[in-house]
Design a protein around this ligand. Structure first.
Ligand SMILES: *Cc1c(COP(=O)(O)O)cnc(C)c1O
Length: 234
């Protein structure tokens, strides 16, 4: 049986249209914006179909699932890690991802640094911020973001590129706005030690708002691939 992935064409067309409208309205032409396809629970054939439509950035949440799928992915898309990451699993992804967006502890940053050096790589990282202060979510406390960056800035093998967040689902635009302020403040405060240029926020339900508030990477799963089926083997 040949799968019909034409729903992905239509979903991506809508996403590009809405993202483009928000970008044209709120952003400078020189700003960068990338659409990441978030692949959790999605079969590699569907992911590759999105890649064939021009998606060049994939987001992975779970190490085990990623390892089971990565050999089947088209090689021309870049892979970034966006899920919570235990230090003992960094070794499995260090040679194949370009960025780890979910760095929220010094220990994790140190582990990535050590393994990056060992593998002769430079890994881009984002610091994940818990902008809504939710107990259920990882991420550093907003007020501590500057200090956190100061503490890891000297580590070899990593390059701090910016911030990532998953805002609370309700009132997400308030938190997206706070995140933009935090990003600008930290960029200014820390500009002598790091040059940050990447703000990753916005998912299926809030990517247009996230673009309004300065996002450079919107991470889209269900809006592109449809509702997730957690029953697939992973
Ligand atoms: C699942 C996930 C997304 C995508 O969420 P959708 O609502 O399906 O678009 C984005 N970012 C992270 C960190 C995720 O885990």
């Amino acid at each position: 049986m040949v799968n019909d992935f034409s729903y992905i064409d239509e979903n991506l067309r809508i996403i590009r249209e809405r993202a483009g409208e928000a970008f044209d309205k709120y952003r400078k032409a020189s700003d960068s914006l990338r659409i990441m396809a978030v692949t959790k629970t999605v079969i590699p054939e569907a992911v590759n179909h999105a890649v064939s439509l021009g998606i060049d950035l994939l987001g992975e949440n779970r190490v085990q699932e990623y390892l089971s799928k990565k050999d089947f992915y088209e090689k021309n898309a870049e892979v970034q890690f966006i899920g919570s990451l235990q230090t003992n699993k960094v070794k499995y992804i260090i040679d194949s991802v370009t960025m780890i967006q979910s760095v929220d502890s010094i220990r994790l940053a140190e582990t990535i640094s050590r393994l990056a050096v060992k593998n002769n790589r430079i890994i881009d990282i984002l610091c994940e911020v818990n902008i809504g202060g939710e107990d259920s979510k990882g991420g550093i406390v907003p007020e501590e973001t500057g200090d956190f960056i100061g503490q890891i800035a000297e580590l070899e093998g990593i390059r701090i590129r910016g911030l990532m967040t998953i805002p609370p689902p309700c009132d997400s635009d308030i938190f997206l706005g706070r995140m933009q302020e935090l990003f600008n403040r930290v960029a200014e405060q820390k500009r002598d030690i790091v040059s940050i240029d990447t703000l990753s926020m916005g998912m299926t339900h809030d990517y247009a708002d996230a673009i309004k508030y300065g996002s450079n990477i919107v991470r889209i799963g269900t809006g592109l691939f449809g509702a997730r089926n957690y029953n697939i083997k992973r």
